[in-house]
Write a protein that binds this ligand. Structure first.
Ligand SMILES: NC(=O)c1ccc[n+]([C@@H]2O[C@H](COP(=O)([O-])OP(=O)(O)OC[C@H]3O[C@@H](n4cnc5c(N)ncnc54)[C@H](O)[C@@H]3O)[C@@H](O)[C@H]2O)c1
Ligand SMILES: [Zn+2]
Length: 364
């Protein structure tokens, strides 16, 4: 069974297929590959598990492959260059198609290679982590990290299609699964209180990877992301809501060293911090904060910022975040569970309390 959603972007619209066994189905790739040349990009962990299935499904094409080292620390310009080397050595032309098989790191770096090779070629996303299936593979943000900041070098470039094959999640470890659930919870917090309540009820089934629960969670998440991206592809407004928890989270990821905190873990703690700051303003209740922390903790995610990062270090790291670079710090905060808002008029003194690890007063 395949569940299919469409991301509507005029002639750049594309399908997001969700289901089991999808990467082995030639019929799902064929409509999206123009020429004969296909470059498979994966990493040392994922390639041994799933690359043979993809190669088999695409056996009618001229296949080449690049296998990159595994890890966020390799999401760099140097690694990107290995993809360009392979494309040029094999004389790939503008009709070629890149296929990204892996988590968000492989998806982001392959997407950026596709965005810039010969000023833009096609690519297909085969996300193999929950985080990539519910978030990074959809929406066309691609890029690599710079030593001074995450995702600082990149481009908007939409894939031709996304195949979210839930069978690939079987081999994902529990910590990575939880990191993906952080982004799923994010959609509930941003705009869907009912989905948040569903997650509170269904978390045990998600953690045991119940197929139906996973498909629903991925579908609901992709629907939310696809609608927001369709309304605001280049993030001039509403798309910024998807950054809930991310300015705090990126600060933690960078501050603790890439790879030590997973992206989803940073986002989970970042969302707890955004909830804390929202409650300090009196926009949500203390009980809401507790509900959010409880769901995140139930998903085995961290909710407290590392004490190693001082308030001043937090501020420094948050100022580098690109969302903060164009004119003051903007944060995504909560008006309710299921209703996030873009906010630049928050009270700096309250932000300092959140960053300074001060306990939230019982009666804010
Ligand atoms: N482009 C976007 O809109 C967007 C959105 C969110 C996150 N991101 C980016 O995504 C990245 C995080 O993605 P991620 O969480 O998928 O991390 P990841 O790509 O590093 O994958 C996590 C780990 O799981 C392994 N793995 C992947 N699939 C597996 C499988 N099926 N079985 C076993 N192991 C598997 C990977 O090799 C890696 O070791 C970050 O770089 C983040 O910036 C981008
Ligand atoms: Zn994210």
């Amino acid at each position: 069974m395949v569940n299919t959603l469409q991301l509507e972007l005029g002639e750049r619209s594309y399908p997001i297929h969700i289901g089991a066994g999808l990467i082995s189905r030639p019929d799902l790739y064929q409509p999206h590959i123009r020429g004969r040349q296909v470059m498979l990009v994966s990493n040392e962990t994922v390639a041994p598990l799933y690359l043979h299935s993809v190669r088999e499904a695409l056996s009618g094409y001229r296949l080449e492959q690049v296998i990159l080292p595994d890890g966020e620390e390799y999401k760099t310009l140097e690694t990107l260059n290995r993809i360009f080397d392979a494309l040029l050595q094999n004389r790939f032309n503008r009709n070629c198609c890149l296929v990204a098989l892996g988590g968000g790191v492989i998806g982001d770096i392959t997407g950026f290679a596709a965005a810039s090779y010969q000023r833009g070629v096609d690519f297909i996303q085969l996300p193999t982590t929950l985080l990539a299936q519910v978030d990074s593979s959809v929406g066309g943000k691609t890029g690599v990290n710079h030593a001074l900041g995450k995702n600082m070098i990149g481009a908007f470039h939409q894939p031709r299609c996304v195949l979210a094959d839930i069978s690939t999640l079987d081999t994902l470890d529990n910590r990575q699964l939880s990191a993906g659930i952080a982004e799923v919870i994010k959609y509930g917090l941003i705009e869907d209180a009912e989905f948040f309540t569903w997650l509170e009820r269904t978390m045990p089934r998600l953690l045991t990877r119940d197929t139906q629960a996973l498909v629903h969670a991925i579908e609901r998440s992709c629907r939310c992301k696809a609608d927001i991206v369709a309304a605001d592809e280049f993030e001039s407004g509403k798309r910024a809501l998807l950054n809930l928890g991310h300015t705090f989270g990126h600060a933690i990821e960078t501050g603790m060293g890439y790879g030590n905190w997973l992206h989803g873990e940073g986002v989970a703690t970042g969302m707890a911090m955004a909830a804390d700051l929202s409650a300090r303003h009196g926009w949500i209740s203390r009980a809401d904060v507790e509900r959010i922390r409880k769901l995140l903790a139930q998903a085995q995610l961290p909710v407290d910022p590392p004490t190693d990062i001082s308030r001043d270090r937090f501020l420094e790291l948050m100022a580098v975040d690109k969302k903060a670079m164009d004119g003051g710090l903007r944060l995504i905060l909560l008006e309710a569970i299921g209703h996030a808002k873009i906010c630049s008029d928050f009270d700096t003194a309250l932000l300092h309390q959140t960053l300074g690890h001060e306990l939230l007063p019982t009666n804010p």
